[in-house]
Design a protein around this ligand. Sequence first.
Ligand SMILES: [Mn+2]
Length: 463
Amino acid sequence: MFPTHVYIARRAQLKRTLGSGLVLFLGNREVGMNYLANPYPFRQDSTFLYYFGIDRPNLVAVIDIEHDREILFGDDLKIEDIIWMGHQPSLSEQAEAVGVREVLPMRRLLSFLKRTRRQGQLIHFLPPYRAEHVLALKDWLNIAPQKQKASASEALIRAVVAQRSYKSDEEVAEIERAVNLSVEMHMAAMRSARPGHLEAELAGMVEGIALSAGGRPAYPIILTVNGQILHNHYHGNKLEPGQLVLGDFGAETSLHYAGDLTRTFPVSPRFTTRQRDIYQVVLDAQLHALSLLRPGVRYLDVHLAAAHRIAEGLKALGLMQGDTEEAVAHGAHALFFPHGLGHMLGLDVHDMENLGEDRVGYSESQRRSTQFGTAYLRLARELEPGFVLTVEPGIYFIPSLIQQWKRKEHCAAFINYKALDRYRSFGGIRIEDNVLITKTGYRLLGEPLPKSVASIEALRAAS
Ligand SMILES: [Mn+2]
């Protein structure tokens, strides 16, 4: 946990921003995988962690701004629980560690909330993303499930986003720990991959590295010879010479800050010429995007600049054609680069996505593009010092997408469909790093992880 004053200051800032009302924070509960006593790994809600830091299920916290009270609702373990779970610090001890003075048993919550509602005090809550919380809000506040998203507090969402978007020094240090652990995982994968290995062997190894360091994967591991399937969690393929392996995985630390890195490398010691050519285009786009990062730049423009580089590169290889500017304006690049350049990173790998992508990644005056490709950009707003984000362009050859566009002759002025036939089984390449926006530019987080063709081939040859 961070020092006590960190949590006190975070709550104080939230209270100042909101000014009035009662803020209700729902901690997460255990969720049964096939029955409740066999749960999914427990993951505390990130906003709860941010303001209250206590990594334990079945808690609710409230901040009553008008009456200047902060209360933790929850129950200490009974002897029946201690038999199975051992002794745990008491709730009052845990509350004290984050500067909360009042602890009340959970059975007091309902009457507390009833009284609040009777007195006409505004209750702020965030949109729920777990079924248990939907049911709880129905029980406690009598709001129908389908109305809860709209009833969530706009002011609270804004206030939380405004706070969590700017990472403090201690948060950046923790994210950097996560990135360094993620670097270790990627180094191990690039060093160990051999023809004949199953993807699952490598996926298991990198997950083990996260676990043995006291962390765990920040999201389901993507480690695949089918990099063109963007969120591919299947690990049953055998690695064969000539294939590419795309690994998109990262660790979260014990404080639950995340790293999110992607590398693509050949199963053979060296890239084929065609793989190297495409790889170089992705790398150029990534390096170009990085070079543009500084406060005041819209990430939308960085995304489009990366798209421009990709289109230029593919034109040089004869896969695209025509005027590059026009091609990007028409969204032709999205046949190869159908996702956004990146997203915020923090306590969540897509930071604060449960509060709404647009609330986090777009300013009030920005409208999300409806064009295929750019529409998926999670972060478009002007960058500011303290933002931590990912930079992750990619090029993919997705057979069914190519087929669909070709049939419709979509963007035919900009795409050489005939030349594309030879790339149908190419797969996909993505390169992803994590950065902190500084006052003057950016800082790459974590130890350097090889990404040039030469450094990746050297690593593969030495292994
Ligand atoms: Mn990412």
